[in-house]
Design a protein around this ligand. Structure first.
Ligand code: ZN
Length: 69
């Protein structure tokens, strides 16, 4: 028990809430249905500013995310 546990539980419940909302909309929770991830100001990449989402393989669909994860 402690503050760290409370924070972890809060994060987990926030994530579950996010996933259930995305599930209702059939959108990938990782990329929110865009099919790619944005990394504004990514210090590791100078050329690319977007990447295919690994969670849904770029489709942006919850059903794909669910079967791939
Ligand atoms: Zn995705």
């Amino acid at each position: 028990m402690g503050l760290l546990n409370a924070i972890n539980e809060w994060k987990a419940s926030r994530y579950d809430n996010h996933v259930s909302k995305m599930k209702e909309a059939n959108k990938c929770p990782d990329c929110r249905g865009r099919g790619f991830l944005l990394y504004p100001g990514n210090e590791y990449s100078y050329n690319a500013d977007q990447f295919n989402c690994n969670g849904c393989n770029g489709s942006g669909l919850y059903s794909d995310w669910d079967s791939l994860t």
